[in-house]
Design a protein around this ligand. Structure first.
Ligand SMILES: [Zn+2]
Length: 391
């Protein structure tokens, strides 16, 4: 009979759907499923066509639910996934909470680890002399005597300005050799408390309890206290890298930044160091005799404070300028870069405001602050166990 040779309507629909499945494997599975779902006996009555349209989506879901397309297999939170898929694979619920405390996990003769992930290598550690210094009240008189302290008040970040080779795997042995000779040099010079090498490894050199020869008679202040001998009062953390005058970009790698952030976290908690007292050598360095800021320029305008979990310490007035009337020459902007130059300008603005409040001409007010600096510096120099100039 004529209608026995014609394609049945439901078969035509199945073939039409199959023709739109691009994957041969999926197409075959679909057709196999369709064969099982449609026995030869024709359904009766007017519900026949309806059953075809109900069966097609069911078949499609059977084919694709058992073997989803490759791009969707690992996507746990796919909004298009079937209820079966979303019920069995859920997005990972990871909660990162701030550390309530950090503690020493393990200590051997050659290294130390902390609960925040920091590892300190002690193979180059040495002692110098115990830290001891005088801190002066910010608004103290010219004859203030200072308060005795023995714990570090801050951190100065340095660059080693040492030899650099390309940071690539083929230079690995050279990188290691240069790093080791740098550590021996720092040890010999007693230059820093910590060195972070180019692989991000943290080395303790001068013991934390001891002074290192890193910043001499540099100047920094927090809202209450002034510090004039940073070898004694601030810890030194040096990155194995070089910076160029006025450079805006950091020249460290991510491993060094991660280690510096962990080290900063440990040191700040251990000694109660204020975030505002974590500063760069470029910010604190002065020429005491010439009363000029910016004697050294390492990390002058390029320090990544935010990546170490610190506030932007370039935004505060430069203490040497605002509290002691230090000056800077026309070359300072080029050498120090935009951020440190702006910080010195903030200091100068504050100095002018104070002079106006005191109803004194700026040169007179500046001279009075410089006299106070010389008086306090003389006290500090007499007090210093081993005075070392930062010049
Ligand atoms: Zn330095």
């Amino acid at each position: 009979m004529a209608n026995q040779t014609r394609t049945r309507p439901e078969t035509a629909v199945v073939e039409w759907f199959a023709g739109h499945i691009s994957s041969p494997v999926a197409r075959l599975r679909f057709l196999q499923a369709a064969m099982h779902a449609h026995p030869p006996a024709r359904p009766r009555g007017r519900f026949r066509k309806l059953r075809v349209w109900v069966a097609i989506p069911v078949l499609l879901s059977l084919v694709f639910a058992t073997r989803p397309p490759p791009g969707k297999r690992l996507r746990a939170a796919d909004p298009d996934a079937s209820p079966l898929t979303t019920a069995s694979v859920r997005p990972a619920a990871v909660r990162v909470t701030p550390l309530p405390e950090i503690w020493q996990v393990e200590k051997t003769k050659t290294w130390e680890t902390f609960s925040n992930g920091l590892r300190i290598d002690d193979r180059f550690a040495i002692s110098t002399h115990r830290r001891s210094y005088l801190a002066f009240p910010v608004s103290g008189p010219v004859d203030a005597r200072g308060e005795r302290r023995t714990t570090p008040a801050g951190i100065v970040y340095h660059t080693t300005e040492s030899l650099q080779v390309p940071f690539v795997a083929s230079e690995n042995s050279t990188l290691e050799r240069i790093g080791e000779s740098l550590l021996n040099f720092v040890k010999h010079k007693r230059a820093y408390n910590f060195v972070i090498d180019r692989f991000g490894r943290v080395f303790r050199v001068v013991q934390e309890s001891d002074a290192a020869n890193h910043a001499g008679y540099s100047v920094w202040a927090d809202p209450q206290w002034v510090y004039l001998n940073l070898n004694e009062s601030f810890l030194a953390v040096a990155f194995e890298t070089r910076t160029l005058p006025g450079q805006a970009d950091a020249t460290v790698n991510p491993a060094q930044i991660r280690s510096a952030a962990m080290l900063t976290e440990v040191l700040r908690r251990r000694y109660g160091i204020a975030a505002g007292n974590c500063v760069t050598h470029g910010q604190v360095s002065v020429n005491p005799s010439g009363l000029r800021v910016g004697f050294h320029q390492d990390w002058a305008s390029s320090f990544p404070f935010d990546q170490l979990g610190l506030p932007d310490n370039y935004a505060a007035p430069l203490p040497a300028v605002s509290l002691f009337g230090f000056e800077y020459d026309s070359d300072f902007e080029r050498k120090a870069g935009a951020l440190l130059y702006r910080q010195a300008q903030f200091g100068e603005r504050e100095l002018r405001d104070r002079a106006a409040k005191a109803r004194l001409p700026l040169p007179v007010y500046r001279k009075a602050l410089q006299n106070r600096y010389h008086s306090w510096l003389a006290i500090v120099r007499r007090d210093a166990t081993r005075p070392e100039e930062d010049e």
